[in-house]
Design a protein around this ligand. Structure first.
Ligand code: NI
Length: 178
């Protein structure tokens, strides 16, 4: 396992539509392991493969682990080729953040519950009913596989402002490195 670098906006790779994994083999499991370690290290509660530069439809999540508690093994969820097959009409609001949009949080509305179909770590087909924070998290991560970010769900004004801020910081960093 290895901690990988997390891409941040405005990296164009975050806008790629990711390809399905043909099968859950050793290579995919090694990717999932790296993703989990990277996510725990950040720390975050969800990560999509494209956030470490791999355009494959793989996500990891853990909404139970307490990063403050040493040795908390949490409850990791691995999903390969996840698909939302049902969403509730009820809508929920959560303050969302993203490791690819560091230190920015905004309220986003999404369906309150959803059902996801996916292949698990062993390649076995699964369906999971999600609600509350897990429903928000899984929808946020699946958005990443389609090149979408949570800031696409907020007003254009706020989105443009935050992207400008990150673009400016990137230019300054590049200048500093030159
Ligand atoms: Ni994210």
């Amino acid at each position: 396992m290895a901690i990988r670098e997390i891409l941040t906006v405005p990296d164009p790779r975050l806008r790629e539509v990711c390809k399905p994994a043909e099968q859950v083999d050793g290579e995919v499991r090694a990717l999932l392991d790296d993703m989990l370690e990277t996510m725990y290290d950040a720390p975050g509660i969800g990560l999509a493969a494209i956030q470490i530069g791999v355009a494959k439809r793989c996500i990891v999540m853990d909404i139970e682990r307490d990063p403050e508690e040493e040795g908390d093994s949490g409850n990791p969820l691995f999903m390969v080729n996840p698909e939302i097959i049902w969403t509730s009409e009820e809508i929920n609001e959560f303050e969302e953040g993203c490791l690819s949009v560091p230190e920015y949080y905004e309220t986003v509305e999404r369906p309150e519950s959803c059902t996801v179909r996916y292949l698990d770590y062993n390649g076995k087909p699964q369906e999971l009913e999600c609600e509350g924070m897990l429903a928000t998290c899984v929808q946020h991560e699946i958005d990443h596989l389609n090149g979408a970010l949570f800031i696409d769900h907020i007003s254009r004004l706020k989105r443009d402002r935050i992207i400008r801020k990150f673009t400016k910081e990137l230019k300054l960093r590049r200048k500093g490195a030159a």
